[in-house]
Design a binder for this molecule. Sequence first.
Ligand code: HPA
Length: 245
Amino acid sequence: MNQMAIIGGTGLTRLPDLTIVRRERVTTPYGDPSSELVFGRFHQQDLVFLARHGNPHIVPPHKINYRANIWALKEAGVTCILAVAAVGGIRADMVPGKIAIPDQIIDYTYGRPHTFFEVDLDLVTHIDFTHPYSPWLREKVLTAARVAGVGIVDGGVYGCTQGPRLETAAEISRMERDGSDLVGMTGMPEAALARELGIDYACCAVVANWAAGKTAAEITMAEIEANLIAGMDDLALILRHLVQA
Ligand code: HPA
């Protein structure tokens, strides 16, 4: 039996429609997760919710204790994670307000504790990360979106930057040449840590703005927030159909 978790990012500090059964403040060998684990019922299904940036939203992307978050979910019996993340759109079809289900990652982060396989190893361990997102879970999300009638972008390369500042126009041009279609700050090491613990993991990326240099306008927090609010209705529909499947 699968136990699903949703990690909520910017714009999703709490999950509407979640009937909370209990909240648990847990600790792990890696320290404390960003927030308490919220156990509840979401459209008649059991679900665990974790606010990636804390509740209230105070932990910046480079300070998130990704290892504690993923470890805590594993300890709670979670077998699959849908990670919701705000991103900037690089490719022309990654329009603000739209939701994309990326299928690849390029990691531009640095200095983040990024593995569980560091000490006390019997053997040096290398996970296969050819396909960083769970194909099985991605298919489920795509089907849920289709059934819900929500038009999403199937696939795309998520380029993960260090933050918390946004990128320069030249950095986005370089990322585009590398093949990045979306830019966000929290996709890594989260996805790799889930793989290390054998948890199925997929990402629902909500496009909050055009990436730096894609328009002449300055990127503002007000714009990001407005587009995230616009994308949340579609996201809620996808999540509902996903858990009911
Ligand atoms: N860059 C990086 N992360 C982001 C962006 C962006 O433009 N928008 C939302 N998260």
